[in-house]
Ligand binder design. Structure first.
Ligand code: PLP
Length: 312
């Protein structure tokens, strides 16, 4: 069977104006709707490209340890490519998440109490025919995520600022790579973390990678305790402003976005939207802003109602 092309692994997403914010702020606020990807987040891009390449190199199985959107993207990519998928998750991963992964055809194993233990087990399952897929730290992922900027270059004029959420920094690396390869190396990037998940901010301040002792943010998808070295390098080689927003601001943004755009996103994505909603100083002087609506599947209408009740 021929290996399907990347075009079936991720899709071109719309770039649409945020009508309310654009009017209120007198600037062009554009939304890159990654929530429409096959696996519900931008991860379909990088994971799709990476899995296609390991399939072409002979892998028959994909192995990962993410119970989040990366795991979902690997499960969807594996099904599309006709490869078996193993996801090892820790005991703390909710049964509903395990069910979602199984529904995509993945084999789910539960190992260890925390992610690092599940990840060690996953790495132990790697063979010549079974390839490990990292959630954020691999050049194929950045190359794939960069396609969202390739599309921006087709869809509209040069933005003054691009807003992205940061967990392990894979999306940041991809967006910076995309800006460079489209001749937009001077376009500023606003890199957003939530309080309690500030592994990039900590690395920038220390001048080297830092492992956070704990993740306390509600935005679990941003909870990489240590970013990729390449993400720290991006902040040195490109105009990147690293900022922090509160959990409450991220949740409020999710609620407003649901009401105004009729689209549900995770708090990890709400963090980027909060920068636009709160007219953050990082946007000062920008006439045209693109917010990467990174998406995420860990959200339901019940979550939106609970967040509405907790943050008004
Ligand atoms: C993975 C993910 C992030 C963080 O991306 P990194 O590449 O780890 O920085 C943010 N939001 C969503 C919805 C994600 O799936």
């Amino acid at each position: 069977m021929p290996i399907p092309s990347t075009s079936s692994l991720y899709r071109v997403t719309p770039l649409i104006p945020h009508p309310v914010l654009s009017r209120a702020q007198g600037r062009d606020v554009q939304l890159k709707m990654e929530t429409l990807q096959p696996a519900g987040s931008f991860k379909s891009r990088g994971v799709g490209v990476h899995c296609q390449r390991v399939a072409a190199a002979g892998a028959r199985r994909l192995v990962t340890s993410s119970g989040g959107n990366a795991g979902m993207a690997v499960a969807v990519a594996g099904r599309t490519l006709g490869l078996a998928v193993t996801v090892v998750v820790p005991e703390s991963t909710a049964p509903a998440v395990r069910d979602k992964l199984r529904a995509e055809g993945a084999e789910v194993h539960v190992h260890g109490r925390v992610w690092i233990e599940a990840d060690a087990d996953a790495r132990g399952r790697v063979t010549a025919a079974a390839a490990y897929v990292h959630p954020f730290d691999h050049p194929d992922l950045w190359d794939g995520h960069a396609t969202l900027v390739d599309e921006l270059a087709q869809q509209g004029p040069r933005p003054d600022r691009v807003v992205v959420s940061v967990g392990g920094g894979g999306l940041l690396c991809g967006v910076v790579e995309g800006l460079r390869r489209n001749g937009w190396g001077d376009v500023g990037v606003v890199a957003v973390e939530t309080e309690g998940a500030t592994s990039l901010k900590a690395a920038v301040e220390a001048g080297q990678l830092v492992t956070l002792p704990a993740i306390t943010s509600v935005a679990k998808t941003l909870g990489a305790s240590r970013v990729a070295q390449a993400a720290l390098d991006c902040t040195r080689d490109h105009p990147v402003e690293v900022i922090t927003v509160s959990d409450a601001a991220a949740l409020r943004a999710c609620v407003r976005f649901a009401d105004e755009l009729r689209t549900l996103v995770e708090p990890s994505c709400g963090a980027s939207l909060a920068v636009a909603y709160d007219d953050h100083p990082a946007l000062a002087g920008a006439a045209r802003v693109v917010v990467v609506v990174c998406g995420g599947v860990a959200v339901s209408t019940a979550d939106i109602e609970a967040w509405r009740a907790s943050v008004g």
